[in-house]
Design a protein around this ligand. Structure first.
Ligand SMILES: Cc1ncc(C[n+]2csc(CCOP(=O)(O)OP(=O)(O)O)c2C)c(N)n1
Length: 685
């Protein structure tokens, strides 16, 4: 049932409120004008509702932006960041006015879109529309999970809200439906979304492309929905926020009718206010029209500043109160309190990896996805902060943790997440969970569907978020499902994301080592690339290099028998390592000094010192790379001494072993290609 209430009280805000709102508006206008770049429209239209939220409701301490129990505020419409920077400055965050004057300039803390980690008080990098909303869902999930783990009767040490400001563009993006549906299903009652319903996007009116009933849509997702007709109606916005907070069972959407470029005589309610400065003359007219001094720019009336800065005392006293609660909590539950501080700092408990398994050859053949599932089970028992699941593929990705319970509305202590078939939102929700802190989030799907997750994965890497991806069915070797399900270019694509560590383990023991790296990596995402098909288990006794070699990205798994400089190095990743080992044995029998290098992570290998890399892949030595994926990345080692057995076309539907054979992943072909490289070099000599 749609329970949309339309709220309206007085039209004009009281004088002080209006002064404060106009301060925000004109700071944003002046920032964009001075930079000669940016988006003035959304800040001008949304200043009043943002002011109401920050002035009346939001719990934050400008002097300690990381206080764990603060409310989170995400500006999903990141292009309107001049508004956020203005709010941060006036309320007393570490963002001096000089930074506002350097909006969008080299090295400033006021970049063109908010960047997490660059500016105190910015909770998430936003700009790619829709991401912030899904991040907010992840934050709200984290709040629920942590409240369940840590709160005790009489001690609510985790008790905060997540607010997100969205625009039309956020709600047009498909991810908003994925995330909105998930949030409604999960009953995230402490997620409150303010929607700047201004009817304008870049190309003009929303009538051009966006005519559904957004409120009905979110009501259908199971949200509590309200409408505020006039954004300048501070009391109506405040009342809507109050109603939203009182609603504990459903997330809230408050659609506020805003006016892009509010107050600009020629640009209000037009797309011209969206993405370019108003222009000197229009700024003058707007300021004059609203009774604002034209000069100086960046004017902040003392009375307004004094009012805004009350946020500092308010925030400090809220935090002090929380700290005294926390002390009482720590007295009664010292272990829990220490755990809380630990997970917020993403510290790992002592011996977290003590029980990790070692597999023997008799355990094989074992798919690396199975080994991963077994590893998750062990890690999860030591690390209750691990939460994750998959986009409806748990039985295939082995991301479900037996006995750990489902995280669902009726059971917020569960650890297994069911994201539904919503890879895009899953990935952005994982980002939100990581941004919130306190959890180790992971999510899985087939490697080929990682394409659906690319925008949030890119942001995870940009923001050095510790998110773990479990990508299974990692090559044409997955078989019958055919080319639609067989990844080819995904590996090189993932490796190319700056800051992403991609690990494609060769067997069960390399998989354990890969998980150890993933959990130990406090900054930056890790993608684990795992097989569907069973693989032999490499004995640690026979290959003692595995545990110490995997973190180096590449290592010599089986050297040339003479231990001298090899004639050729067979370089392989994942399932193809076994092919390389067999090929080596045959080449050695033919008198070729062949070495096998397992290279689970090109990203980690690239970080090793030159002498190590030289030791593993000596300059000038012929290389034959074997990887069931696009050859593009490997071609950077280009030269007559290198060849690659890879896949530069799409796959085919047939049993995996048959497809692999047809694409040249056979011992015969490995040996044949090795001779091709060696003969080519001989001919050149
Ligand atoms: C995923 C994505 N696609 C495209 C853009 C480019 N872009 C920036 S703002 C915008 C739409 C603006 O409309 P709206 O969201 O209503 O914001 P407003 O006009 O109210 O500022 C677009 C298409 C983007 N930032 N992210």
């Amino acid at each position: 049932m749609t329970s949309s209430a339309t709220l309206s009280t007085t039209i004009a805000p009281p004088a002080l409120d209006e002064l404060c709102i106009n301060t925000l508006r004109f700071l944003a206008v002046d920032m964009v004008q001075k930079a000669n770049s940016g988006h003035p429209g959304l800040p001008m239209g949304s200043a009043s509702m943002a002011y109401t939220l920050w002035d009346r409701t939001l719990k934050f301490n400008p002097h300690d932006p990381d206080w764990p129990d603060r409310d989170r505020f995400v500006l999903s419409a990141g292009h309107g960041c001049a508004l956020l920077y203005a709010l941060l400055h006036v309320t007393g965050f570490d963002l001096p006015i000089e930074e506002l004057k350097r909006f969008r300039q080299w090295g400033s803390r006021t970049p063109g879109h908010p960047e997490y980690g660059k500016t105190a008080g910015v909770e998430a990098t936003t700009g790619p529309l829709g991401q912030g909303l899904a991040n907010g869902v992840g934050m709200a999930i984290a709040e629920v999970a942590l409240a369940t783990r840590f709160n005790r009767s009489g001690h609510r040490i985790v008790d905060h809200y997540t607010y997100v400001l969205v625009s039309d563009g956020d709600l047009e993006e498909g991810i908003s439906s994925e995330a909105g549906s998930d949030a409604g299903h999960m009953h995230l009652g402490k997620l409150i979304v303010l929607y700047a319903d201004n009817h304008i996007t870049i190309e003009g009116s929303t009538e051009l492309s966006f005519t559904e009933d957004r409120i009905a849509r979110f009501a259908a997702f199971g949200w509590h929905v309200q409408r505020v007709e006039r954004s300048n109606d501070v009391e109506a916005v405040a009342l809507a926020l109050e109603n939203a907070r009182a609603e504990t069972e459903r997330p809230s959407l408050i659609a506020v009718r805003t006016h892009i470029g509010f107050g600009s005589p020629h640009k209000q309610d037009t797309a011209a206010a969206h993405g370019e400065p108003l222009g000197v003359e229009e700024v003058r007219l707007t300021k004059e029209g609203m009774g604002w001094p034209v000069e100086p720019a960046f004017h902040i009336p003392e009375e307004a500043l004094e009012h805004f800065r009350k946020a500092v005392a308010r925030g400090e006293s809220a935090q002090l109160e929380w700290e005294s609660h926390f002390k009482a909590f720590a007295r009664e539950f010292p272990r829990l309190a220490a755990e809380f501080s630990g997970v917020i700092a993403r510290q790992l408990p002592k011996d977290w990896d003590a029980d990790l398994p070692t597999f023997g050859t008799a355990d094989g053949p074992m798919a690396t996805r199975i080994a991963s599932g077994k590893t998750i089970a062990v890690l999860g028992s030591r690390l209750p902060e691990m939460m994750g699941g998959s986009a409806d593929l748990n039985p295939s990705t082995h991301t479900n943790r037996e006995g750990a319970g489902n995280f669902e509305p009726e059971n917020s202590s569960g650890h297994n997440m069911h994201f539904g078939i919503r890879e895009h939102a899953m990935s952005a929700i994982l980002n939100g969970m990581a941004l919130h802190r306190g959890l180790i989030p992971y999510g899985g799907t087939f490697l080929v569907f990682s394409d659906y997750m690319r925008p949030p994965m890119r942001l995870a890497a940009m923001n050095a978020l510790p998110v773990i991806y479990v990508f299974t069915h990692d090559s044409i070797g997955m078989g019958e499902d055919g080319p639609t399900h067989q990844p080819v270019e995904q590996l090189v694509g993932l490796r190319s994301i700056p800051g992403m560590v991609v690990l494609r383990p060769a067997d069960a023991n390399e998989t354990v080592a890969a998980w150890r790296i993933a959990i130990g990596r406090k900054k930056g995402p890790v993608a684990l690339i795992l097989t569907r098909q069973g693989l032999p288990v490499l004995s640690i006794d026979k290959y003692p290099g595995i545990p110490s070699g995997v973190p180096l990205g590449a290592y010599t798994l089986a050297d040339s028998p003479a231990g001298t400089k090899p004639d050729i190095v067979l370089v392989a990743t994942g399932s193809e390592v076994h092919l390389a080992l067999e090929g080596r044995d045959r080449l050695v029998a033919e008198g070729v000094q062949a070495r096998v290098v397992s290279i689970p992570s090109t990203n980690l290998f690239a970080l090793q010192p030159d002498d190590y890399r030289e030791k593993i892949l000596p300059t000038g030595t012929p290389l034959l790379v074997i990887e069931a994926g696009a050859t593009l990345g490997w071609r950077s080692y280009i030269g007559p001494q290198i060849d690659v057995i890879g896949v530069d076309t799409f796959g085919a539907s047939a049993p995996g072993a048959v497809v692999m054979e047809h694409y040249g992943f056979t011992v015969d072909n490995v040996c044949k290609q090795a001779h091709v490289v060696l003969d080519r070099l001989k001919a050149k000599a």
